[in-house]
Design a protein around this ligand. Structure first.
Ligand SMILES: NC(=O)C1=CN([C@@H]2O[C@H](COP(=O)(O)OP(=O)(O)OC[C@H]3O[C@@H](n4cnc5c(N)ncnc54)[C@H](OP(=O)(O)O)[C@@H]3O)[C@@H](O)[C@H]2O)C=CC1
Ligand SMILES: O=C(CO)[C@H](O)[C@H](O)COP(=O)(O)O
Length: 520
């Protein structure tokens, strides 16, 4: 710890926040509004001054110029929350902070950091006796100020000193904080990453519904705003549906056109969706709908290629399918059901990858409690999340399944929960009709169709994976399992095509003998 260097009050602040852009500034104000004394720091002083000038009357703030001053102003154990750009800036701040801290102090990274970085940082700081807590925060600017969803990881012990503060500033759903310790080391950032992966898919399926309603249904943005407003009264009710209605209703002041028509159709991405898709591959969880939503953003960004494709590639569409449906209301309802079913699949895939990651990293993630954190405050908040939470046994913050396992009684897949199996069964005819129409009309619906393929893949009696195994065995002697006996087998494809077992011993099928009761 450095010597006192300035007139900043020593040990007066409950928490320090460094990084006062959109998220950091609003979180700092949220802490202050809840009665905490908040020490403020930003790399460039202007943001600190601006916050104090504009919002200094909202609570107790201590403005500091340097990280040394920030640390000096904090009560022990010190809690320093970092809210800077994810990646190298977080390491830069940690490197400057660590020499200033004492054993037992807590460093909190609340940005969208990659969970592997969090694991690395926690291990490094633990060697110095410091607690490092990776915390997922969702809710954007408004959520950070009025109550975000908060997903803390890190050492469970650190939650004793940090949890009550985080729970106080988090969103509250029916009296329960949208904040709970989710698991060790990078678990908090992993859960936030999956939240964002689901967010990508949710936004994409809404986009696909909009595209179909416009290009096949003939509904203009203003009309669709009404449709989405009505959908927000159904089982689709969610923040994303609500803001979609608002975006679609917005008219561009400069041109008088719908705003959505003057926005360039190229979706940005900062990385969390891509990380989710990559991690899904790493942990062997088929998060295809989430991955497709990332690819849809990537494709949208290939503007030069898309322009060339428009000139070069044939449409070959079914003009009948492109024609406005005779019964618009029925088509709108079909699209709503397809949207609901696809969204459910995205959630099922997100929850599945959480279970797979728990196994991979030895985390004890409780899926019911995690779903409970997303019921309010975050971008994917939706009525559906309360039902998802119930499907995973409800919220129980003391339920920590053995590392790498599911809590007893939780369904193997969200879609198996009776209420969801039933909901999908009812939506299926519409879902299939919508995907069929989209394909025939040439409207891309990568997530609607991928989600349906996932569903059909799950429920198939037999998958063509058997043929793939045969191919793999043919070119690479990779072996295959048989449906009728234990062990692995290989066919001598370039020899006489007899089958050998794992030891290379030819397999001789027992010849049926007359009267053998085991042979029909
Ligand atoms: N915006 C959102 O809706 C959400 C963002 N997040 C995550 O929260 C974090 C903060 O996001 P946001 O508020 O949008 O801000 P930005 O991601 O735009 O980051 C800006 C902040 O980072 C600081 N910074 C950048 N580089 C360095 C560095 N090398 N050393 C020290 N400070 C540095 C900036 O300081 P300076 O002012 O000096 O440039 C500024 O305070 C990010 O990880 C983001 O992904 C999470 C949820 C929602
Ligand atoms: O974490 C967030 C919301 O939950 C951030 O807004 C994040 O930036 C969203 O991701 P992207 O910018 O890639 O769309």
């Amino acid at each position: 710890m450095t010597e006192q260097t300035t007139t900043v009050p020593v040990g007066a602040a409950d928490i320090g926040v460094t990084g006062l852009a959109v998220m950091g500034a609003n979180l700092a104000r949220n802490f202050a509004r809840h009665g905490y004394t908040v020490a403020l720091h930003n790399r460039s002083r202007a943001r600190t001054d601006q916050l104090v000038a504009e919002h200094g009357d909202e609570g107790a703030f201590v403005a500091t110029e340097t990280l040394a001053e920030l640390v000096q102003s904090l009560a022990v154990p010190r809690r320093v929350l970092i809210m800077v750009k994810a990646g190298a800036p977080v390491d830069a701040v940690i490197d400057q902070l660590v020499p200033l801290l004492d054993e037992g102090d807590i460093v909190i990274d609340a940005g969208n950091s990659h969970y592997e970085d969090t694991r690395r940082r926690e291990a490094a700081l633990a060697e110095k006796g410091l607690h490092f807590v990776g915390v997922g925060v969702s809710g954007g600017e408004e959520g950070a100020l009025h109550g975000p969803a908060i997903m803390p990881g890190g050492p469970e012990k650190s939650y004793e000193a940090l949890g009550p503060m985080l729970e106080k500033i988090s969103a509250q759903f029916e009296g329960e904080p949208c904040c709970a310790w989710v698991g060790t080391d990078g678990a908090g950032h992993y859960v936030k990453m999956v939240h964002n992966g689901i967010e990508y898919a949710d936004m994409q399926v809404i986009g696909e519904a909009y595209d179909l309603l416009r290009r096949v249904g003939g509904l203009e943005p203003a009309e669709q705003a009404e449709v989405f407003t009505a959908w927000n009264q159904t089982d689709l009710a969610s923040y994303l549906i609500e803001i979609t209605a608002e975006v679609l209703a917005q008219v561009d002041a400069a041109t008088g056109r719908p705003l959505v028509d003057v926005i360039v159709d190229e979706a940005g991405q900062k990385g969390t969706g891509r990380w989710t898709a990559i991690s899904g591959l790493d942990v062997g969880s088929p998060v295809a709908a989430i991955a497709e939503s990332v690819f849809a953003r990537s494709l949208s960004s290939q503007r030069a290629v898309r322009e060339a494709a428009r000139e070069t590639l044939a449409a070959g569409v079914d003009e009948e399918a492109q024609r406005a449906p005779q019964d618009t209301d029925a088509f709108v309802e079909d699209v709503r059901q397809a949207l609901f079913a696809s969204k459910l699949v995205a959630y099922a895939q997100g929850m599945d990858m959480l279970a797979a990651a728990a196994e991979e990293y030895g985390w004890s993630l409780d899926l019911g409690t995690i779903a409970s954190l997303w019921r309010d405050g975050c971008i994917i908040r939706a009525d559906l999340l309360d039902v998802i939470m119930q499907a995973f046994g409800g919220r129980d913050t003391s339920r920590h399944p053995a590392p790498g396992t599911r809590a007893p009684g939780q369904p193997l897949n969200l879609l198996f929960a009776p209420e969801f199996a039933q909901a999908i069964a009812e939506a299926l005819p519409a879902w299939r009709r919508v995907v069929g129409t989209a394909v025939a009309a040439g409207v891309p619906v990568p997530v609607f169709s991928s989600a349906l393929a996932y569903y059909d893949g799950l429920r198939a009696d037999r998958l063509p994976a058997a043929l793939v195994q045969g191919q793999r065995d043919y070119f690479g002697a990779h072996t295959y399992l048989r449906v009728d006996r234990e062990g692995s087998f290989h066919t001598l494809w370039s020899g006489d095509r007899t089958e050998v077992d794992g030891e290379g011993v030819p397999v001789v099928m027992p010849q049926p003998t007359e009267g053998d009761p085991t042979q029909d």
